[in-house]
Design a protein around this ligand. Structure first.
Ligand code: 13P
Length: 340
């Protein structure tokens, strides 16, 4: 394992004022997003949409890396440049989602396990050849129905550690993503308890698998209440509880933590990140690895119309810039209404 190379990639991904654009929606997830703007999910429309994202002026100031889906890693710009080559030229590290999605866990209603370990060593070798230098694997934990079970937490953490060790062997930085869903009416306190349990298990398994901590990135959820919970925490409470959980479980050797947005609105996800970055003396860099919170406004603005590409790219630039500012604690809510 080339630990220096892994650490250098991880450092590039968490450079100051920059974060990660998660554009790795599977074809079925992207179809759902396209349905909301009445765009057909053809291979060419998916390519055109990703080209819109990757070629937006100025985004490279705030985006250090882009997570791609298998199909996208193999697609090209209109000029025929493979997307990973194009991104690397703009100094945005190409990444790849390598998990194969979730399946239900027999005997554990509501719990899932993420699949994709079989053949992963060979797939990673190919992804490296195609230009990917970091990867993502998402474990999904569900608080609804009294979950997640201890078994689901342990099985998902074990899979994350197996995935991370195969990535590091291949020279690819693993993004370790245990996501506790915000679906349901659970309290803010129960999200904190479950986040504690999950992070404890994840790092126990990462240690056991001898993961080189300096060459990985953690992608956790923030501590928030269920979407349907009648009591919602203040943004300051979210920031404080999330930092509390991370301090308890994430070793300072991990260079960076890049949050998922998980269904928060774009401005909420930016505000929470900014408040966390106002905390003094954190051992890690805190940044974003947002999918929906970066793309929501872009999709609405684009709506599949070629004449709307420029406006949609401006919407991406705006959200990337606001999150870049939040990654250094310099965002203000009033900026949401300033023209860019
Ligand atoms: P969201 O920010 O939409 O949660 O997506 C991030 C991601 O990569 C989910 O796996």
């Amino acid at each position: 394992m080339n630990t220096q190379e892994l650490a250098a990639i991880a450092q590039a991904l968490i450079s100051r004022s920059k974060g990660i654009l998660a554009a790795d929606e599977s074809n079925s997830t992207l179809k759902k997003r396209f349905d909301t703007i009445k765009v057909e999910s053809t291979e060419e429309n998916r390519r055109a949409y990703r080209e819109l994202l990757f070629t937006a002026t100025g985004v490279d100031e705030y985006v250090s890396g882009v997570i791609l889906y298998d199909e996208t890693l193999r697609q090209k710009t209109r000029e025929g440049i493979p997307f990973p080559v194009y991104l690397a030229k703009r100094n945005m590290v190409p990444g790849i989602k390598v998990d194969m999605g979730t399946k239900s866990l027999p005997e554990f209603p509501g719990d899932t396990i993420t699949e994709g370990l079989d053949g992963l060593r060979e797939r990673l070798a190919e992804y490296y050849r195609l230009g990917a230098r970091f990867a993502k694997w998402r474990a999904v934990l569900n608080i609804a129905e009294g979950g997640p079970s201890a078994y689901a937490v342990d099985a998902n953490a074990a899979a994350l550690a197996r995935y991370a060790s195969l990535c590091q062997e291949a020279g690819i930085v693993p993004i370790v993503e245990p996501e506790i869903l915000m679906d349901g009416d659970h309290t803010f306190q129960s999200c904190e308890q479950v986040t504690d349990r999950v992070l404890e298990s994840v790092f126990t398994h990462l240690f056991a698998a001898r993961i080189h901590l300096e060459g990985m990135i953690l992608k956790p959820n923030m501590v928030i209440a269920g979407k349907k919970s009648p009591v919602q925490p203040s943004p300051d409470e979210v920031a404080a509880a999330t930092i509390r959980c991370l301090r308890r479980h994430v070793p300072s050797a991990v260079p960076g933590i890049a949050f998922l947005s998980g269904g928060q609105s774009p401005s909420e996800a930016t505000l929470h990140l900014n408040l966390m970055n106002a905390t003094k003396n954190l051992p890690w860099t805190l940044t974003f690895s947002y999918g929906r919170a970066l793309q929501e406004d872009v999709l609405m603005s684009w709506s599949g119309k070629p004449e709307r590409v420029e406006a949609a790219q401006k919407a991406l630039f705006k959200r990337a810039k606001l999150n870049g500012l939040a990654a250094t604690g310099l965002y203000k809510s009033s900026m949401e209404n300033t023209p860019f």
